[in-house]
Design a protein around this ligand. Structure first.
Ligand SMILES: Cc1ncc(COP(=O)(O)O)c(C=O)c1O
Length: 365
């Protein structure tokens, strides 16, 4: 207790533990190659900057619901690129997707003591979101282990961070059926959906998965990786109209609104595929050189069929692998950050510049 308030039990912010290895990698004569966090490094596309500048004079409050133009652009992108049909009225802008991931259990009214389910190896914010709502985080890949228990919310993430695994439509259909039987919401974090390499990711809202109904389903999207927008903070959520209306109501009260110039820029990038294809090509090239270089140096790559990461192991503990790579000036994330099941893996991001990726490749030789 501090001053009458009990502090929420949140996990340690894991990246702080990487600092000594960051120092080690920085000491390399050729400088650090940072493949740890996975932040975009390429330019924001001109189409976005122009739209942002054109909307710079935005003195009034933006709508939490977003502009009709933004909602139309999101629906158009889903239809064009992912074969998903939604009503633009069911799109809700978010300030990047991390805030929605962190607050979704709270916004949906998940109650203390209830269990929020997410994958065994996962982006840490699903766990944090459960805790912020006072709920129980529950990491599992086997829903059957829950038995007849009713849970309010199940997260899926395909392509996965950290493993790059893609869940086939058949698998997602089973999760949806399981959740619907229990009245659970399925929230599908689809922030890497445009980055399929060996496999083609499918949305939870695709007819092959949802069988014609979006009931109890939410898809969460991000522009951070597709459009180098991590600094703009832009995403959206869509799906079951009833749930989207509920989220809108709470978010209006809580002031969770995307700035108007960012709304304009987001609509512009959602309407444009050329820059996204170009960015995809950059990542494809980096992945094509990094993957064999890691393999030649003794790492085995698992999953990694999509997304921005190579999920790798050389059979030793993750911190030993972090050290071995940091000694070559290459910083990666220990698999343990994403769950105990990651203790023998490292996550290698493909988000450095071509020059830095080439430096990593030569150091791995
Ligand atoms: C699985 C997953 N979800 C959500 C996010 C949040 O992305 P943003 O807040 O930039 O949209 C990330 C970021 O890396 C992620 O890996």
């Amino acid at each position: 207790m501090t001053g009458g308030f009990s502090l929420l039990a949140l996990p340690d912010f894991p990246w702080d533990r990487l600092v000594p290895y960051q120092d080690l990698a920085r000491a390399h004569p050729g400088g650090i190659v940072d493949l740890s966090v996975g932040t975009p490094v390429d330019p924001v596309p001109p189409v976005a900057r122009e739209a942002l500048a054109a909307a710079a004079d935005s003195p009034g409050y933006p709508l939490t619901y977003g502009t009709p133009r933004l909602r139309e652009a999101a629906a158009g992108w889903l239809r064009r690129r992912h074969g998903v049909t939604i009503d633009p009225a069911d799109v809700l802008p978010t300030i990047g997707s991390k805030e929605l991931v962190a607050w979704l259990p709270t916004l949906l009214g998940v109650r203390p003591g209830e269990r929020v389910v997410f994958p065994e190896l996962a982006y840490p914010t699903y766990d944090v979101g459960a805790r912020l709502a006072g709920a129980e985080p529950y990491a599992t890949d086997g829903l059957l282990a829950l038995g007849p228990e009713r849970v309010p919310l199940v997260w899926v993430n395909s392509p996965s961070n950290p493993t790059g695994r893609v869940l086939p439509a058949e698998h997602l259909r089973k999760v949806v059926a399981w959740a619907r039987e229990r009245g659970a919401v399925v929230a599908s974090d689809e922030c890497y959906i445009e980055l399929g390499w060996e496999e083609h990711p499918v949305s939870v809202l695709h007819p092959d998965v949802c069988e014609g109904s979006h009931e109890n389903l939410l898809a969460v999207h991000s522009l951070s990786k597709r459009s180098n927008f991590a600094g703009y903070r832009a995403g959206f959520v869509t799906g079951d109209p009833r749930l989207v209306r509920r989220l809108l109501e709470v978010r209006k009260h809580a002031g969770m609104m995307m700035p108007a110039p960012v709304q304009a820029a987001t609509a512009a990038v959602l309407d444009d595929d050329a820059h996204a294809d170009e960015q995809r090509e950059r990542y494809a090239r980096r992945r094509a050189v990094l993957r064999p270089a890691l393999e030649r140096a003794g790492w085995r790559i698992e999953h990694s069929a999509a997304g921005l990461y190579l999920w790798a192991t050389n059979g030793t503990g993750c911190w030993d692998q972090v050290r071995a790579l940091a000694e070559r000036g290459i910083l990666v994330a220990p698999g343990e950050f994403y769950g105990d099941a990651g203790r023998d893996h490292v996550r290698v991001a493909i988000t450095a510049t071509d020059e830095r990726v080439d430096a990593a490749v030569s150091r791995l030789q």
